[in-house]
Design a protein around this ligand. Structure first.
Ligand SMILES: Nc1ncnc2c1ncn2[C@@H]1O[C@H](COP(=O)(O)OP(=O)(O)OP(=O)(O)O)[C@@H](O)[C@H]1O
Ligand SMILES: [Zn+2]
Length: 625
């Protein structure tokens, strides 16, 4: 039960919730039932059918409507007297500036992406408003409190980078199904349907020795009048047959490895598929229809069924045929999307054929889709627990109970009989470029790299700036904004195409840049070091940003350990219980105190729990005094 003091703090508080999805729905309900009376919600999305299983404020009739508004209306039905204001908008929009954030006593995040989390972190720091950050992945959950100057900010720690695989494992020596999925998605699918000019490590040249031309043909180019099925078979034979033979010819590679088996379409498919079930002539789809499916045109119904080599080969050829017959206009512009059925079919079938070739167990479309789309199925109970923890921390923030703040992990398996693991928050990282003044160091070839490279690869991608401004000494080299006149825009555009050393105020070795984001009110300094060469494999961006040193890892343990070996380029998932218990020992918290807190969140479900990943990092820092 909340004390009198807590109750009045809750009643008088003005809170901002960002995100009205899985966590957000639970959070809004819990806030309202806990006595909060002034709640603002920002969410940019509309409701989808797939949200309904866990975002319980929404019903089928709401599909297509604003999440923020429907969530508001649903809660007002059982708490009509409170004030809830909804914004169907992106939190990165300029109207949500520092002054907007300043009106709140606390900000509560229920987001699902790093970009928006970083943005809100910066606005909370600039506005000096406490932030309670949260995330869930399946059974894993995490809640953290961030208060400027007192605790670490959301960006004090480097976030686990997406899992990557060595190129040669993907192109030549896969040993796991996930390697086949990455190959099918990032190389084959990209080559077939993506931007033709993109770099691609797939061998696309025909090794037909009869071809005399020096520039051997790109097998993936389809001649205007080429029969679609023949084209699909040609691709099949090239990527699963002759490319494997080429790889096999390098004996060194296979000395200590199992040799793959080349597979050709004629071995597994009948001579002509046109009479088969699944001929596209029989399908009734309309041109450009994004719902076309090779599975349905082949009469395959169950996505959880394990297909053999022949079925996968049929799906592969049929899906290619459908892409060229029904979605031709999109070819050349597509990127893999887990919600695009035909794309998932191509990737599943191709990954399975490759897996067969390399002696790797095959997977169903359902499983392959999960791996390709980095899908970790959401667990409603984890969201409910996390929402409860957010409210507990928000109440402590409002009561200024700094010594009671906890970051809490939801565990999958009990650790010391606890499923919720509270850790004392850490103090700010003195070398964090976001909440301290530490300069960054950028190694770059100042003669070759353009200002555009710096803006895209560093300022936007790495520093997460939204409306950047770049200054060198007194010279303004670049800025973005609505109030710029045409001459300024033309100047900045011209600057973007210049190499750094050719700019009106040349950036050379030793230059110090000031980079600012006016909306986030974030400013940082970058010390430039000229470097001639970069390692293409290790430093593919051709520049290296450093100087932002994360605090040292705990006992040499890595930043996080994946518990989902099949997760592809997804932020790695930490094995929650293990990491949290290590942290717990470090921080020497008193179990009883925190157990009480944990028990305040009535999970009602002993089976659940692990840890959420978005912020899962190992660290050893001093505790907040
Ligand atoms: N920049 C942003 N501005 C406003 N809202 C955002 C922003 N980024 C993400 N969100 C919202 O955060 C919510 C996150 O909720 P959740 O993780 O449950 O995702 P979801 O999209 O509802 O579910 P799923 O991805 O599993 O289909 C979403 O409703 C999303 O619209
Ligand atoms: Zn920080």
């Amino acid at each position: 039960m909340a004390t009198q003091q807590q109750q009045s703090a809750i009643k008088g508080a003005k809170v901002l919730m960002v995100g009205a999805g899985g966590i957000g729905c639970e959070l809004l309900k819990t806030l309202a039932l806990s006595g909060f009376e002034d709640i603002h919600i920002i969410d940019m999305d509309t409701i989808e059918v797939s949200n309904l299983n866990r975002q319980f404020l929404f019903r089928r009739s709401h599909v297509g409507q604003s999440k923020a508004k429907v969530a508001r209306d649903a809660v007002l039905r059982f708490r009509p007297h409170i004030n809830i204001k909804s914004y169907h908008a992106n939190v990165k929009n300029p109207e949500f500036d520092v002054d907007f954030f300043k009106q709140f006593d606390v900000v509560l995040n229920g987001l699902d992406n790093l970009d928006a989390r970083r943005h809100v972190n910066r606005l909370c720091l600039a506005a000096e408003v406490p932030l309670v950050e949260s995330g869930t992945t399946g059974f894993l959950g995490q809640v953290t409190v961030h208060i400027k100057g007192k605790t670490e900010c959301y960006e004090c720690q480097t976030k686990p980078t997406p899992k990557t695989y060595p190129v040669c494992t993907i192109t030549s020596t896969p040993t796991k199904f996930v390697h086949c999925i990455v190959w099918a998605k990032d190389l084959l699918f990209a080559k077939l349907f993506g931007d033709k000019n993109q770099d691609n490590d797939l061998n696309v040249r025909s090794n037909n020795s009869a071809s005399s031309s020096k520039e051997t043909e790109d097998v993936f180019e389809r001649a205007e009048d080429e029969d679609i099925e023949q084209y699909a078979r040609k691709i099949y034979d090239h990527v699963f047959g002759s490319n494997i033979e080429v790889a096999l010819s390098n004996e060194e590679t296979w000395k200590n490895r199992r040799r793959p088996r080349p597979i050709y379409s004629k071995e597994v498919l009948p001579e002509s598929l046109t009479q088969q079930n699944g001929s596209i002539q029989n399908s009734s789809v309309t041109d450009g229809d994004a719902t076309v499916s090779a599975m349905s045109s082949l009469g395959l119904k169950n996505p959880q069924e394990l297909w053999g080599l022949t079925q996968n080969s049929l799906v592969f050829v049929e899906a290619l045929k459908l892409f060229f017959a029904k979605r031709k206009k999109e070819i050349g512009h597509l990127t893999f999307d887990k919600d695009d059925q035909l794309a998932v079919e191509v990737v599943t079938a191709a990954a399975n054929i490759r897996a067969e070739s390399f002696g790797i167990p095959l997977h169903s479309l359902f499983e392959a889709k999960g791996i390709a789309g980095n899908i970790v199925h959401a667990v409603a109970t984890t969201n409910a627990i996390v929402a409860g923890l957010i409210v507990i921390e928000a109440i402590k923030v409002l009561n200024k109970d700094a010594d009671k703040f906890r970051m809490t992990y939801c565990l999958e398996h009990p650790s010391r009989k606890m499923l919720l693991m509270p850790i004392e928050p850490y103090e700010p990282n003195p070398s964090c470029y976001v909440c301290s003044e530490t300069p960054l160091v950028l190694e770059i070839n100042t003669q070759k790299s353009k200002l555009r490279d710096l803006v895209d690869k560093i300022v936007k991608a790495k520093l997460g700036m939204n409306l950047p401004l770049i200054m060198h000494g007194a010279s303004l080299l670049y800025e973005v904004g609505d109030d710029l006149d045409d001459i300024m825009v033309a100047n900045y555009n011209a600057n973007l195409e210049k190499s750094l050393s050719e700019l009106p105020s040349p950036i050379v070795n030793g230059s110090i840049l000031t980079v600012e984001d006016l909306q986030q009110e974030l400013s940082c300094k970058i010390n430039v070091k000229h470097r001639e060469e970069f390692d293409e494999e290790k430093e593919p961006e051709g520049m290296v940003l450093s100087g932002w040193t994360p605090s040292p890892a705990t006992n040499g343990e890595s930043a996080s350990t994946s518990n989902n070996d099949d997760a592809v380029d997804v932020t790695e998932i930490s094995t929650g219980s293990e990491n949290a218990s290590k942290k717990r020992r470090l921080t020497e918290i008193q179990p009883d105190d925190h157990k009480k807190e944990a028990e305040n969140v009535d999970s009602g479900d002993d089976d659940i729990m692990e840890i959420e990943n978005p912020m899962m990092v190992s660290k050893k820092k001093k505790r907040v005094a």
